[in-house]
Design a protein around this ligand. Structure first.
Ligand SMILES: NC(=[NH2+])NCCC[C@H](N)C(=O)O
Length: 384
C-alpha cells in the first residue's frame, strides 16, 4: 500500500505535466511555442528510458510505468505538432478556399485597388479571376519589390483580419500571376511548406524526421509490449504462478534480478539508462549556456512564453515530477546494491532538478536585474 502511495505524487505530477501544454496547443491551434528540437530530445530520451527500464530488471516497476506514461504524453505532443503544424493549416486553407467571405465580396466594389493597377475594366477582370479562384482580395501586399514595379508584379492577397493575427501570409493564399490570357491563380500552398516556408513553422526536414521517429516509436512500442507480455508469462509460468501478477509497484523483483543478474541485457539496459540521462539533461545545457551569455532568460520569461504559446506550468510540474521520482527510488531502498543499477535514473531525475532549478534561479535573477536594451542587442548580434 505504501508503495502505491509513494508512486502517486510522481504519477500525478508527470501525468499532468504536459496537459497544460496540450491544452495551450489546442486553444492556440498552433504549436509555435514548442520547440521541435525539445520534443525530439524527449522522444529520444523516452525511447532510451523505456528500453532501458525493460532491460534493467533492477529498475522499479513504477519507473517502467512512468516511462510508458512519458512516451504516451510525448507522443500526444508530437501528434499535436504534426496536426497543428501541417494538417490543420491545410484543412483550414481548404475551407477558406471554398467559402468566400461576403463582407470581402462587398469590399470588392469599393476597393480602390484598381486605381493603382490601371484601368477599371482590367482591374475588374483581374478581381473576378481572383474570386473565381476562391480568393477574397482586399489589401494587396507586395511580396517583393521587383524590377517591374508593383503593377503586374506579385502580390499576396490576404485580408487585414488575418494579417492582424499573423505576420506571415496565411498558408493557402494565392499569388496572382500575369499570363497572356490575363491572371492565373497559382497556389502558394506548396511554396509555403517548401522554399518560401514561414520562419515560424518547423522546417519540413525536421518534421519528416519527427514523423519517422514517432512511427518507429509506435511500432517499437507495439512489438516490444507484445514480447514483454510473452516473456512475463513465461517467467511466471516457470515460477509456478498460475495468474500473471505483473510487476509490483516500487518493489524490485528479486527473482528477476537473480535470473537476469549476469545477463548482458542488464548492461545494455544500464548503458541505455545513461544515454537517456545524457539526452534528457543535455537538452537543458544549451538553454542555460545561452541564458548566461545573453544575460537574460528568454525561454523562461513567463509573459513572453505565454504569448508564444508555451505553457510554463509544464516546467513547474516537471520539476515536481523529477523531485518525487528521486524520492520514490530513495524511499524504496537505500541499499547500495539496489541503488547502483538505478543510478542512471537517479542521476537523470536529480540532475534535471538541479538544472531546472538553475534555470529558475537565472529567471529570478534576471527578472530583478533586467539587462539594458543595447546589451541584449549586442549579445544577440554576437551570438548570431
Ligand atoms: N516526455 C517526458 N515527459 N519525459 C520525461 C522526461 C524526464 C526527465 N527527467 C526530464 O525532466 O527531462
Amino acid at each position: 500500500m505504501e508503495a502505491y502511495n509513494n508512486s502517486v505524487p510522481i504519477v500525478l505530477s508527470w501525468g499532468v505535466a504536459e496537459v497544460p501544454q496540450l491544452i495551450t496547443n489546442y486553444k492556440e491551434k498552433s504549436v509555435e511555442g514548442l520547440s521541435l528540437t525539445f520534443i525530439m530530445t524527449w522522444i529520444l530520451g523516452d525511447l532510451l528510458n523505456l528500453i532501458g527500464c525493460k532491460l534493467e530488471p533492477a529498475t522499479l516497476p513504477t519507473q517502467y510505468y512512468m516511462a510508458v506514461l512519458y512516451t504516451l504524453t510525448t507522443l500526444s505532443l508530437a501528434t499535436q505538432t504534426i496536426y497543428y503544424g501541417h494538417i490543420y493549416p491545410r484543412l483550414k486553407a481548404n475551407k477558406r478556399y471554398y467559402k468566400i467571405d461576403n463582407v470581402e465580396k462587398r469590399r470588392l466594389h469599393t476597393d480602390d485597388i484598381d486605381k493603382k493597377q490601371g484601368d477599371f475594366a482590367h482591374g475588374f477582370e483581374h478581381r473576378s479571376q481572383l474570386l473565381a479562384c476562391g480568393v477574397a482580395p482586399s489589401i494587396p501586399i507586395p511580396l517583393l519589390a521587383n524590377d517591374h514595379g508593383s503593377v503586374g508584379g506579385e502580390f499576396y492577397y490576404t485580408s487585414a483580419r488575418s494579417l492582424s493575427r499573423s505576420h506571415t501570409p496565411t498558408f493557402g493564399f494565392f499569388v496572382p500571376k500575369r499570363s497572356s490570357s490575363g491572371y492565373e491563380c497559382i497556389s502558394t500552398e506548396e511554396s509555403l511548406f517548401g522554399e518560401h516556408e514561414s520562419a515560424q513553422s518547423a522546417p519540413p526536414s525536421e518534421t519528416k524526421t519527427l514523423m519517422c521517429v514517432v512511427s518507429a516509436l509506435t511500432f517499437f512500442l507495439c512489438i516490444s509490449n507484445l514480447q514483454h507480455a510473452q516473456s512475463d508469462r513465461n517467467i511466471m509460468h516457470n515460477q509456478g504462478f498460475v495468474v500473471q501478477m505483473g510487476r509490483k509497484l516500487l518493489q524490485v523483483n528479486e527473482s528477476l534480478l537473480k535470473e537476469y543478474g549476469s545477463n548482458g541485457a542488464v548492461e545494455i539496459g544500464s548503458y541505455l539508462g545513461w544515454g537517456m540521462a545524457i539526452v534528457y539533461m543535455g537538452g537543458r545545457l544549451p538553454q542555460i549556456y545561452l541564458n548566461f551569455r545573453r544575460g537574460h532568460v528568454e525561454l523562461l520569461n513567463i509573459s513572453s512564453l505565454m504569448c508564444r504559446g508555451l505553457n510554463p506550468l509544464m516546467f513547474i510540474f516537471a520539476l515536481v515530477g523529477n523531485i518525487t521520482y528521486v524520492g520514490s527510488i530513495l524511499v524504496s531502498s537505500l541499499d547500495w546494491a539496489k541503488l547502483k543499477p538505478n543510478l542512471p535514473w537517479l542521476v537523470d531525475a536529480g540532475g534535471c532538478v538541479v538544472l531546472d532549478s538553475l534555470i529558475l534561479i537565472q529567471f529570478i535573477y534576471f527578472w530583478y536585474h533586467p539587462p539594458k536594451d543595447h546589451e541584449i542587442k549586442n549579445e544577440s548580434s554576437n551570438i548570431s
